[in-house]
Write a protein that binds this ligand. Structure first.
Ligand SMILES: NC(=O)c1ccc[n+]([C@@H]2O[C@H](COP(=O)([O-])OP(=O)(O)OC[C@H]3O[C@@H](n4cnc5c(N)ncnc54)[C@H](O)[C@@H]3O)[C@@H](O)[C@H]2O)c1
Length: 439
């Protein structure tokens, strides 16, 4: 049977655990664009093009049936009760005047109480949290939130993008290996199940695509991958690719393409937002470090090119420095070598705005996650690697980090979706599929 695509009818709920800097910058940005006060720069779904059937560039939004910005309804959870206006003021990413212009709309978006465990984010102490007899009860409470939000806002579908703090470093253990073990772990309140996994579980069980903007595992464990496949839900992660890592994945493929050697790549960052404060804890930083370190080896392949990259030192540092706020500053010192081994250096000093780079990525992931769902795609969506620092892949495959190859893959999949005929009207997208929890 020919594969079809459901139309993007009705409202789409964009639900975000964590209404901090990235989420509020995304929401304020979409509201501003809707009111024609600003342009959605950095978003491929809004401004990007892809090769059309005849090879000529066409706007992505015209090639595939995406939900429009007017159809989006934002909601989320946070451990602090601040509404989106208050939270955006505290995050201090956007200037006061443009925020005041949309204040009324932002004040109406209030976070639902979060599922939170301070063991996973020791630097934060919020009181706007749920209580429940175990993690299974908390997952059910999240599923009720999702269903309640959809009903209250007249939405047809929902998508969830994790924009909450980076959790401490953990690795998958026995409880994460299959669905039964995981669901038993929820009942037993297993300490190895992180809050991000409870959200991911609730989303997948509710038929809601889950995209993970942070480096912690969340849906990147076998049990949740199996569940996503079984429930026919798209998932993806990890860690929005912005700032320094974006630069790295642009530059490294170029050096490798010219067969230039690299002896060392030292990267350091200072940032002073709440994310920086969370990452000031060594166990939370470890999660980020692992996410950032994988990039170069996968692009440069020292195993295939030992003469050029076999002896490369790659180090990444992040320091919390409050005066910089969200305006992260990164330095890269790259020790390269060329013809006959002669040494050279490249220095990069990127004065970026972390959430200004992350917000369009979060928007694209929400819209493309919804598109994938309407196209009947399920499980890990590797074609969304373009947006992630540490792409989640299925079945032990090698992640692709080269931003140009990632873009080519994104275009390729969008092309196949663009070629699908729309589903028959009577089969058009109904309300979100809700799968009964077995817990
Ligand atoms: N800003 C960027 O460019 C960027 C890039 C890549 C990844 N990220 C990741 O995205 C995430 C968000 O970044 P940010 O700059 O918005 O951080 P932030 O600290 O401003 O916002 C995170 C919010 O999550 C809330 N939170 C923590 N645990 C929660 C839970 N269990 N449930 C609900 N809410 C919870 C916090 O209270 C906070 O308001 C972080 O994990 C960060 O590492 C950000």
């Amino acid at each position: 049977m020919e594969q079809t695509i459901q139309p993007a009818r009705g409202r789409l709920a964009v639900l975000m655990p964590g209404l901090g800097a990235v989420a509020t910058t995304l929401i304020a940005g979409v509201v501003s664009v809707r009111r024609q006060l600003a342009e959605p720069v950095g978003s491929l779904t809004q401004m990007g093009r892809m090769p059309g059937t005849d090879g000529r560039p066409v706007r992505i939004a015209e090639a595939v049936p995406l939900a429009g910005l007017d159809q989006l309804v934002f909601g989320g959870w946070d451990i602090y009760p601040d509404n989106v206006y208050e939270s955006a003021r505290k995050a201090a990413v956007l200037e006061d005047a443009p925020l005041r212009a949309i204040r009324g709309e932002l004040e109406q978006i209030r976070p639902m109480p979060a599922v939170f465990d301070p063991a996973f984010v020791p630097n934060l102490h919020g009181s706007h949290v749920k209580s429940g007899k175990n993690k299974a009860a908390l997952a059910r409470a999240l599923m009720d939130d999702i269903a309640g939000f959809i009903a209250a806002n007249g939405c047809e579908r929902a998508v969830m993008v994790w924009c909450a703090s980076t959790e401490v470093y953990t690795q998958a253990s026995l409880v994460h290996q299959d669905i039964d073990a995981f669901e038993q772990g929820l009942e037993d309140d297993d300490p190895a199940i992180a809050p991000s996994m409870v959200y991911a579980y609730a989303a997948i069980r509710s038929g809601v695509p889950f995209l993970n903007g942070a480096p912690n595992l969340a849906c990147d464990v076998p049990a949740l991958v199996q569940l996503a496949e079984r429930c026919r839900v798209p998932i993806g992660g990890k860690d929005f690719k912005t700032g320094q890592t974006l630069m790295k994945t642009i530059l490294a493929p170029g050096l490798q393409a010219r067969a230039l050697g690299i002896r060392g790549w030292y990267s350091t960052n200072i940032l002073g937002n709440r994310d920086g404060y969370v990452l000031d804890n060594p166990e939370n930083f470890r999660t980020k470090e692992v996410s950032k370190l994988g990039v170069l080896d996968d692009i440069l392949r020292p195993d295939l090119n030992p003469d050029l990259y076999g002896d490369m030192h790659h180090q990444v540092r992040i320091n919390y420095y409050p005066p910089h706020g969200d305006n992260k500053e990164s330095w890269d010192n790259i020790d390269i070598f060329g013809w006959l081994g002669y040494r050279m250096q490249i220095k990069i000093n990127f004065l970026c705005r972390d959430s200004i780079l992350a917000a369009p990525v979060a928007l694209d992931l929400a819209l493309l996650g919804d598109l994938a769902s309407r196209a009947g795609m399920a499980g890990v969506q590797e074609w969304l690697s373009f947006y992630f620092k540490s792409p989640q892949v299925a079945g032990g495959a090698r992640p692709e980090h080269d931003v140009f190859r990632q873009l080519a893959r994104l275009h390729e999949v969008l092309r196949t979706i663009a070629d699908r005929p729309p589903a028959a009207e009577d089969a058009a997208a109904g309300p979100v599929r809700v799968h009964a929890a077995t817990t």
